[in-house]
Design a protein around this ligand. Structure first.
Ligand SMILES: [Zn+2]
Ligand SMILES: [Zn+2]
Length: 276
């Protein structure tokens, strides 16, 4: 397919640059001069898990792949904490992701791994894709909760940054607010972003292909340790709708454990499983 010109996305470029510099320079400098409190680290852990699982369980397995169903209020929770990861609204993220699976390794693939590590890791977000077409999001647009989240995406992102700031001010004054904002807001967003990026880059370059060789997807179990179980990417590309990415009981896949727990509690249903 012929390459179509891509316009730069300056908002994404500036935001990514600010969060990268603040995390790589600002966080160590602040740790050296002031140090972070237990409240900062606790908020960091809670928000890292909430926003990370919001992406893997909410955006990815629930909305993009419909690998289970859940109550509306549970879906709203996933849409809010997933929005806190600042990875775009679910409407944009999931339509991009549906296109990734449908056009894997082709020009239309938003994070085409054949263009190299850095492109599939983060450079792809610096351009507005000319392939964001209506057909990839038409089903998503029928869901009023997804459209609600899309409309209020910016206030949702800001609430995810305001929360650590407010908790920090409450526990340690203005300086406490700044340190909690820096660690559990800015640094946490940067790390969750890169954890998601690793699936598109590393899991399409390094690892094994025990389940199929139709595309560049790979199983990298060690990536599962930092991506809530999404490192078993070759299995996922082969059995798209399975609610598990690591199908064996010993595979480290906290996202499947959360979905299974929700099912046990009566909050999720219709869990999809590939039966060999
Ligand atoms: Zn997927
Ligand atoms: Zn993939």
């Amino acid at each position: 397919m012929e390459q179509v010109a891509r316009k730069k996305d300056y908002v994404a470029i500036v935001l990514f640059a600010v969060f990268t510099v603040a995390t790589i320079i600002g966080v160590p400098a602040f740790a050296y001069s002031h140090g972070f409190s237990r409240v900062d680290w606790a908020m960091f852990a809670v928000l890292y898990m909430a926003s990370g699982l919001g992406i893997t369980v909410g955006y990815h397995r629930l909305i993009s792949h419909r690998s289970f169903e859940c109550r509306n209020w549970v879906k709203v929770c996933f849409l809010i904490v997933g929005g806190w990861a600042m990875e775009n609204s679910a409407l944009r993220w999931c339509s991009d992701h549906i296109r990734h699976h449908a056009r894997c390794d082709q020009e239309e693939d938003p994070y085409n791994a054949l263009k190299g590590f850095w492109y599939s890791h983060c450079v792809w977000i610096f351009h507005k894709s000319p392939y964001r077409e209506e057909k990839w999001e038409s089903k998503l647009r029928k869901d009023p909760l997804i459209m609600w989240q899309h409309r209020y995406y910016i206030p949702i992102v800001l609430s995810g940054l305001a929360l650590p700031f407010i908790v920090g001010v409450w526990s340690g004054g203005w300086m406490g607010g700044l340190s909690c904002f820096l660690l559990a807001g800015v640094c946490r967003i940067f790390l969750v972003l890169n954890s998601t990026f690793c699936i598109n880059s590393i899991c399409h370059i390094w690892g094994s292909q025990p389940h199929g060789q139709n595309d560049s997807s790979r199983d990298s179990w060690w990536i599962s340790l930092v991506t809530f179980g999404e490192g078993y990417h070759n299995y996922h590309h082969t059995h798209l709708r399975d609610y598990r990415n690591g199908p064996k009981w010993y595979n480290f896949d906290p996202s499947k454990w959360l979905i299974y727990t929700l099912w046990k509690l009566g909050l999720a249903s219709n869990l999809q499983r590939y039966q060999a």
